[in-house]
Write a protein that binds this ligand. Structure first.
Ligand SMILES: [Zn+2]
Length: 337
């Protein structure tokens, strides 16, 4: 534990790199706003439409900033939900709920170092760069900061860039990035907590359906044609629900959670029912491979729960980009297309 004086000293760190970052006055919310404003300006002048490379680069930078926000969502959303559940449980049991200590949400309080509680300064919060410059340590107390934060930022930035490059400038790329951001958040929370919160899966489902109603023009998703999206949502939920109950009848165990049904329904709404078999196949394939590797590495028992959400999310992202091509090739191969 360091004294506030130590924090002050670090705050005045004259290191050149920090000065440069400080001058740029980068901040988690300022950077995306500026980038979006730039993107709108560039779009106004058809710059992004004319230059796929520029569009990809802007999407990658926006992805880095969104990834930084997704880190907060992954870390805090389960805690916020836990507080709500605890308060409701207390209410139902007629207990006096624990007095709310301080407001706790996605925006407030400001991020703090988990080790020394020092607030994290804006310049120390620049995606990836800050973590590298700080050598993965807290600026105030030197406690190690998990490499997971820059990795989530990098992964989101790279995924946004791939989506932008793949779809080119337009609504499909914007929707693809929205879908990607939700998948990253759901993957992180499911890995941490074996939980796919309704507050993420249900809006994802609705955004997919509404995008289909507004923009579904019969081209490759996103968005899917409205009819395909509605059938996809119903079939996605229904199929996993059926598998869940059959599995429980036969083995007496619960193989997955209701969150998985809702995520699969959302994937159906986004990509159309045609992609669901492919997504399930990819998820099961990767899931089995990773599961076997984990069991071999850690000698885990077979009944250790491995969350299914990350595999569904990964498979859905692959299907978003290459699904139509894969399905078409398969149908032609099978003599059906
Ligand atoms: Zn610290």
């Amino acid at each position: 534990m360091k004294t506030p004086a130590a924090t002050e000293r670090t705050a005045g760190d004259p290191e050149l790199a920090w000065r440069v970052l400080g001058l740029l006055n980068l901040y988690r919310l300022v950077v995306p706003s500026v980038l979006v404003a730039l993107a709108l300006l560039a779009a106004r002048f058809q710059l992004l439409a004319a230059s796929p490379a520029l569009f990809t680069a802007v999407a990658g930078l926006v992805g880095l900033a969104i990834g930084s926000f997704l880190n907060v969502v992954i870390h805090r959303l389960p805690l916020v939900l836990e507080r709500q559940w605890r308060a409701r449980a207390a209410e139902l049991e007629g207990r006096q709920p624990a007095a709310p200590t301080e407001a706790y949400g996605l925006v407030r309080p400001r991020s703090r170092c988990p080790a020394c509680q020092a607030p994290i300064r804006a310049v120390h919060n620049v995606p990836v760069v800050s973590w590298l410059l700080l050598h993965g340590r807290c600026a105030a107390c030197g406690a190690p900061i998990s490499a997971r934060y820059p990795l989530v930022e990098l992964a989101t930035g790279a995924a946004f860039a791939v989506v932008a490059w793949h779809f080119g400038f337009g609504m499909a790329a914007v929707l693809g990035c929205v879908f990607t951001a939700y998948l990253v958040a759901l993957t992180g929370i499911d890995l941490d907590r074996q939980l796919l919160p309704d507050i993420l899966t249900v809006p994802l489902l609705w955004i997919g359906l509404i995008a289909s109603a507004w923009f579904g023009a019969g081209e490759a998703p996103p968005p899917a044609v409205l009819g395909d999206a509605v059938i996809g949502a119903v079939a996605g939920y229904g199929f996993l629900w059926l598998v869940f109950h059959l599995f429980r009848l036969i083995t007496g165990k619960e193989g997955m959670g209701y969150g998985d049904f809702k995520l699969f329904a959302a994937i159906g709404a986004w990509l159309g029912w045609q992609m669901l078999p492919l997504v399930l196949l990819l998820a099961a394939f990767v899931g089995a491979a990773v599961g076997i590797a984990l069991m071999a590495a850690h000698r885990l028992g077979r009944s250790v729960p491995i969350p299914f959400g990350p595999y569904l999310a990964g498979a859905a992202w692959i299907a978003l980009l290459w699904g139509p091509g894969l399905v078409e090739r398969y149908l032609r191969f099978a003599g059906l297309g």
